[in-house]
Design a protein around this ligand. Structure first.
Ligand SMILES: *Cc1c(COP(=O)(O)O)cnc(C)c1O
Length: 387
């Protein structure tokens, strides 16, 4: 045999090699998946092959992570995506089509809203209506005969309004409208959306589930009703998520419960402290009794994560805000959240529907895993720059 052939034919898997059983799955990478015989390949052409036939057919590392998420969420089917926004976009496309009307809560992840307006509405002739972020049974007012889908996010990840999910899903069920819930804030541990009648959940795995700010991934998990429809659409879209991302997501997921408990505790401690700071106006945290939808949080959620916000009494100038923010040593400036390092964003919020925080600068904190006293001191020192 020539060397040129040897270096190829000698590649793994060697016929008689039994792979070692490690606790964690191997990272399956690849386009081509080999068939054992011609008959199997022919079966795959006919769509009758039960195995994996190509790289876009969800390789085993991906399947392992999907199954772990599915079990944790209690859904019927989970599929993974290359980002949280890709999960949102694909779920929207799977459950709606041209001529349909969809409702989106006004505090939903911004790029998802933009996709609805700029792609679904402009390009694909759908109609998108924003509904107030704290909507409940009044959602009925916004329904049209062609309303096909409702995209929820509770709480929203900037201003933390909550929707009355069971009130909405009860109405949607009666009218065969699909309800999608972005539950990234609560993670699968602190909210059980399928128990509240939601048809499908979305998670930006990028955040708490992976936990280390070192990857982008998303999942959609679908309940019994629409599982088959979604699995079929996913297959049609031929989505490929790299094995490393699935591996790392799975790895991060194993420590989610202990991390989240710490995020929760530190965030609550900081939120309660901020309530005592004279410069601070409102603290936007669903687990605080002063939160307008606290009763909903108490009824539906099992815990709170480490992301919340606050506003100042004074409308500080950009220069004043910069003095405060740039003096912080532990709260870093950056998008995304849910990682081990504390992050901060500050922005004036603009909403299409009436908002409690319209025109106000909302300071959002993603409380990381640093010592909580150190974090408080950091904020305290930073606020010393303000008057
Ligand atoms: C970050 C985020 C997303 C998008 O996730 P990416 O992986 O960054 O695309 C979706 N929904 C919420 C609530 C998010 O915070």
């Amino acid at each position: 045999m020539k060397d040129e052939t040897k270096i190829i034919a000698g590649n793994w898997p060697a016929r008689d090699t039994t792979p070692a059983t490690t606790i964690n799955p191997p990272c399956y990478k690849g386009s081509t998946v080999l068939f054992n015989c011609y008959a199997d390949m022919q079966k795959s052409r006919r769509g009758e092959y039960p195995g994996i036939s190509y790289g876009t057919d969800r390789l085993p590392t991906q399947r392992q992570f999907e199954e772990a998420m599915r079990q944790l969420e209690g859904g019927a089917v989970t599929r993974v995506f290359q980002s949280g926004i890709a999960a949102i976009q694909t779920a929207l496309m799977a459950f709606s089509g041209s001529g349909d009307h969809i409702l989106i809560v006004d505090n939903a992840y911004d790029p998802g809203q933009r996709f609805c307006h700029k792609v679904l509405q402009k390009k694909y002739k759908m109609e998108c209506t924003l509904v107030p972020p704290n909507v409940g049974a009044e959602i009925e007012r916004y329904l049209q005969p062609n309303t096909r889908l409702i995209l929820l996010e509770s709480p929203g990840s900037i201003t933390f309004e909550l929707q009355d999910i069971p009130a909405i899903t009860t109405i949607a069920r009666q009218k065969n409208i699909v309800t999608l819930l972005d539950a990234t804030w609560a993670t699968p541990l602190y909210l059980k959306p399928f128990e509240l009648g939601v048809d499908a959940t979305i998670h930006a795995v990028t955040k708490y589930i992976s936990g280390y700010s070192d990857l982008l991934a998303g999942t959609v998990t679908v309940g019994d009703r629409y599982a088959e429809q979604f699995a079929e659409f996913y297959k049609l879209m031929k989505i490929y998520t790299p094995a490393e991302e699935c591996y790392q997501a799975l790895r991060g997921m194993h420590s989610l419960a202990v991390r989240l408990r710490q995020h929760e505790q530190s965030a609550l401690t900081l939120a309660k402290w901020l309530q005592t700071v004279p410069l601070v106006d409102e603290v936007l945290h669903p687990a605080l009794p002063c939160h307008p939808e606290h009763h909903i949080w108490k009824r539906d959620f099992r815990g709170s994560s480490g992301l919340f916000a606050f506003t100042f009494k004074k409308d500080y100038s950009e220069t004043e805000l910069a003095a405060f923010i740039d003096s912080l040593a532990l709260f870093k400036l950056g998008y995304s959240w849910g990682g081990y390092q504390s992050l901060l964003t500050a922005a004036k919020t603009a909403r299409a529907t009436p908002s409690r925080y319209a025109g106000k600068t909302v300071i959002r904190l993603s409380v990381g895993l640093e010592d909580c006293d150190d974090l408080r001191e950091d904020l305290e020192k930073g606020m010393g720059m303000l008057t």
